[in-house]
Write a protein that binds this ligand. Structure first.
Ligand SMILES: Cc1cc2nc3c(=O)[nH]c(=O)nc-3n(C[C@H](O)[C@H](O)[C@H](O)COP(=O)(O)O)c2cc1C
Length: 221
């Protein structure tokens, strides 16, 4: 698959086939992604690959916390405290498009909650990756992490895999660190569901929208 194709056909996959991904394929994906650039080649990424019973245990622990009403307490604020336009509008549209694909009505709070909780089931994916970074590193390393994470998603396309980056599975970083034996010196940036997409599921059959190049680019010549 060429790079442009992979960039354009990567979507956030939110329904997966019950089909395992072999270790060799996951290794190949990471083998390609490790060539991502990073400031002075610091390569700040640490990846935990979780599958099988360990993944089930994590899922149960997340769902348990949520049912007990434990508030998510990620290692950092992904989103602003107060939303302003144009981001507010885009966020709204993103939610609306997703609920439409899932056939969830505007006021159906119960189904919305269930859809949100599905994050903690990794949308049925057989694998979840967790991305960590040494907390001593600076802001620049967050850029490196983003480039690495996108590289993982693009490489996954080469092997016919779907993915969904998940900030939600970093809602309870203490749980992830404890279950996986990861040091508190490592920040959990996000998780990522990984597996073979259920192409027949409507949630995988819609596309999110994007602004035109013109809308976000200024030329200075
Ligand atoms: C770092 C990051 C975290 C995300 N976290 C979640 C998540 O927790 N749950 C989810 O359903 N989608 C999550 N997304 C997916 C975004 O909603 C999605 O990328 C966006 O709507 C654009 O759609 P697309 O990925 O299909 O092109 C996340 C995306 C990124 C980049």
């Amino acid at each position: 698959m060429n790079v442009i194709e992979a960039m354009k056909n990567r979507i956030s996959t939110r329904a997966y086939l019950d089909r395992p991904v072999d270790k060799e394929t996951i290794t190949r994906v990471l083998e390609a992604a490790r060539w991502a650039p990073s400031g002075v080649n610091t390569q700040p990424w640490q990846v935990a690959v979780v599958q099988g019973d360990r993944l089930k245990q994590l899922s149960e622990a997340f769902l348990q916390r949520a049912s007990e009403g434990v508030k998510p307490h990620p290692d950092y604020d992904y989103y602003p405290g107060e939303w302003t336009d144009p981001y507010k509008k885009r966020r709204f549209q993103c939610g609306m498009d997703l609920y439409k694909a899932l056939d969830i009505g505007r006021d159906d709070k119960e189904k919305r909650r269930e859809a949100a909780l599905n994050n903690y089931r990794f949308f049925g994916a057989p694998v979840s990756l967790f991305f960590f970074m040494d907390k001593r590193m600076g802001k620049g390393s967050w850029l490196d992490m983003g480039m690495f994470i996108q590289s993982v998603m693009l490489a996954a396309r080469e092997y016919g895999l779907g993915s969904c980056p998940q900030a939600s599975t970093a809602d309870y970083p203490d749980v992830v660190r404890e279950k996986l034996g990861i040091s508190a010196e490592n920040l959990l940036l996000c998780g990522m569901a990984l597996g073979y997409a259920d192409e027949s599921h409507p949630v995988n059959r819609y596309r999110t929208v994007r602004e035109s190049v013109q809308a976000f680019t200024s030329w200075h010549e």
